[in-house]
Design a protein around this ligand. Structure first.
Ligand code: C2O
Ligand code: CU
Length: 487
């Protein structure tokens, strides 16, 4: 089946081996990295920023030969970058130009459940949806993708994905690289498998697999791109937009770079590293320093976590992702500050509730997702600690809607520096146990749930997902409206 791979009786090793394609040093890098357009913002009542997004089918040329049938937002593949500031009101018009129901979820956004864009807010074929809310969270790189129950993997794979950048005064005051597409570069990293007719290949056998792992790596919809560097410091906003593939990012000369932000926004201080893992749905902002005239590739390396991430070492190939070509002289007017943000520490807070979640076999705590079952309610404004365990031989990850969490511990040890910022999605290597602290917000609704799930999209579709509601003072867990009970 082309580049798509299947987990047969051979276990994970065979699974990864089928996707193996060591591309280090073999990619031509002859196409410029396209930068997703910034979505045009109109102005609405009381200064609201108004965006129109049209989801539609199209054809996209990724390689020689016939074009690939794709879906996109305001285009044929991927979508524009939406940008808004903390405190601003946004009003979106989402038109579904497909011949089937879909949705758009604002991944990482703190917002009322009724506009979350998850399985309970489907947009019918030909329909229009108008979510609106006020941005109320720190500067961060968020993203959007479909989230209809049972079809998230398919719809996202076809190309419906874009970034949603939140700005705020703290980030603005830092003099970080921030010229969009010049020294502040969005990079949506995805793997895709193509069949003999250049069509996306998604077939995987039922049961137990991670989902499709492709052998071509795309950045912003382009295989093997180059980016022309014109400044000494460049900020990369990395999104792992793959359905299942994990990346261990690094550079071909092993240079170090600085992690400055994770899913939920800036870290307290930069962390210098040579490698960075991102699982599907996770984002990272890194700052890289370049020397005039040099060329270097962003790569994914085999896992360097040794035995502790043993199973992930199945990714034993080195994948070249993007070449950076530095100009002969580089502008140098930004800096990397020593302090980035003040992060409140939830470790000392009173904990209203502790819950535990065990992920195994497409289930959380043994139960598959059900549209009409609210798994629990949390009290708005309170802090909870969720203990999340991967009880499988497979990697999973864990994503919670509406909130950003603090990783308190990994197997009772303090989290590494890359996990000290605010997160909304975290990689769960096999056998690991994470304790996550989160404060729930003020958007309460006893009847409309938010989701928590594995962001390996096949697992999510097959039921590794649950639902919670945020309750106001004195409210009880309600009932999901009948109209939402579709499969
Ligand atoms: Cu990015 Cu519930 O998803
Ligand atoms: Cu999973």
């Amino acid at each position: 089946i082309g580049g798509a791979v299947a987990l047969g009786g051979g276990g994970l090793g065979a699974y990864y081996a089928a996707a193996k394609r060591d591309t280090a040093g073999k990619i031509a890098f002859d196409r410029a990295l396209p930068i997703p357009a910034l979505a045009e913002a109109g102005s609405g009542a009381a200064g609201a920023r108004v965006f129109t997004l049209g989801i539609r089918p199209g054809e996209t040329r990724f390689k020689d030969g016939p074009p690939t049938r794709t879906w996109g937002v305001n285009g044929t593949y991927l979508g524009p970058t939406i940008r808004a500031r903390r405190g601003e009101r946004v009003e979106l018009t989402v038109r579904n130009g497909l011949d089937q129901e879909t949705s758009l979820h604002w991944h990482g956004m703190h917002l009322p459940a009724a506009v979350d864009g998850g399985p309970h807010q489907p947009v019918p074929a030909g329909g229009v949806w108008r979510p609106r809310w006020t941005i109320d969270q720190p500067a961060a790189t968020l993203w959007y993708h479909p989230h209809v129950h049972g079809a998230t993997a398919d719809h996202t794979y076809r190309g419906v994905t874009g970034l949603f950048i939140v700005d705020d005064e703290n980030a603005d005051a830092l003099n970080l690289p921030s010229e969009y597409g010049v020294d502040d570069v969005p990079m949506i990293v995805q793997d895709r498998a193509f069949d003999g007719d250049n069509q996306f290949e998604q077939r995987v056998p039922l049961g137990g697999s991670l989902g499709v792992i492709g052998d071509e790596i795309l950045v912003n919809g382009t295989i093997g791109p180059y980016f022309d560097v014109t400044t000494r410091l460049v900020r990369l906003r990395l999104l792992n937009g793959s359905n299942a593939r994990l990346y261990n990012f690094g550079f071909s000369d092993d240079r170090s770079f600085s992690l400055i932000a994770t899913d939920g926004g800036l870290l307290a201080e930069p962390w210098e590293t040579t490698r960075l893992h991102l699982s599907p749905g996770e984002r990272a902002e890194v700052v890289v320093a370049f020397r005039p005239g040099e060329r270097v590739e962003l790569r994914s390396y085999p896992s360097d976590h040794g035995g502790s991430l043993g199973r992930l070492d199945g990714f034993d190939d080195r994948l070249d992702i993007c070449r950076f070509r530095a100009a002969g002289t580089l502008a140098d007017d930004t800096e990397l500050p020593a302090v980035l943000a003040a992060l409140p520490d939830l470790a000392g807070e009173a904990v209203a509730e502790e819950r535990s979640f065990v992920l195994a076999s497409d289930r959380i705590n043994g139960r598959p997702m059900a549209m009409d079952r609210i798994d629990f309610g949390v009290r708005g404004g309170t802090v909870e600690v969720w203990e999340v365990t991967n009880d499988n031989g497979y990697p999973h990850n864990f994503h919670v809607h509406d909130v950003r969490f603090q990783v308190l511990s990994v197997d009772d040890e303090p989290p590494g520096p890359h996990l000290r910022g605010r997160k909304d999605t975290v990689l769960l290597p096999p056998g690991r146990r994470y304790r996550l602290a989160m404060r729930f917000g003020d958007h309460t609704d006893p009847n409309v749930p938010y989701m928590y799930h594995c962001h390996l999209l096949r697992h999510e579709d097959e039921g590794m997902m649950g639902q919670f509601v945020v309750l106001g003072e004195g409210e009880q867990v309600g009932v999901v409206p009948k109209a939402h009970h579709h499969p």
